[in-house]
Write a protein that binds this ligand. Sequence first.
Ligand SMILES: NC(=O)c1ccc[n+]([C@@H]2O[C@H](COP(=O)([O-])OP(=O)(O)OC[C@H]3O[C@@H](n4cnc5c(N)ncnc54)[C@H](OP(=O)(O)O)[C@@H]3O)[C@@H](O)[C@H]2O)c1
Length: 212
Amino acid sequence: MSLARIHNLSISLDGFATGEPQSAEAPFGHAGERLHEWMFATRYWGAGGSEGVDNAFAERHGHGFGAEIMGANKFGPPGWQDDPDWRGWWGPNPPFHTPTFVLTHRPRPPMEMEGGTTFHFLDATPADALETAREAAGGQDVRIGGGATMVRDFLAAGLVDHMHLVQVPIVLGRGVRVWDGLEGLEDGYDVEAVSAPSGVTHLTFTRRPAAG
Ligand SMILES: NC(=O)c1ccc[n+]([C@@H]2O[C@H](COP(=O)([O-])OP(=O)(O)OC[C@H]3O[C@@H](n4cnc5c(N)ncnc54)[C@H](OP(=O)(O)O)[C@@H]3O)[C@@H](O)[C@H]2O)c1
């Protein structure tokens, strides 16, 4: 069974997965790089990095995926849809290495990149997008890649099988929050938490099998 999984989604104590305003110069707005400093310190991110708890979680981002779905605001800064040459933040060889579906109300033709990533642009419901991504994933899992808005929509639609969140001990106060409208989400999941020496807390939500 191909699962829909979220990995390394970093949120502030008050639940924001990005600050504001998002721009080409500051993709995470006033959050800067603070949501991901824990990851930059790991070997997953770069040679010489730490190999402890944070690394063990971080590197799971790379295993078992045959496709990714991301929101339009992860793919580019506000207004990228008006730039016909925009090809994402990641250069000629993006780190996805699979078909990657960008949800947008202004789709464009697919873009084949180096290293196995092809960006496809979809205007579809979360359920339809997941079905399309599953077909492309060849039996492997589908990564629900963020940002906050699309994660919230996929959670609200009951489509997420497993979620790894990283709660970073900062209070952002503003930005885009994951939790709005998801009251009682935990009821459908087994939730575990591991605190790392770096100060972040890793939370895993694993969907409970349906009763009966
Ligand atoms: N903290 C983390 O770990 C993490 C992870 C990933 C990303 N991020 C950050 O989060 C930010 C982006 O998050 P966000 O909440 O602003 O936006 P987002 O979830 O990336 O994208 C939302 C946008 O995607 C399009 N969209 C979403 N669902 C759609 C659907 N079903 N059909 C068609 N279009 C759809 C819409 O854009 P249009 O209407 O414009 O088409 C919508 O406004 C960025 O700063 C990114 O770097 C953080």
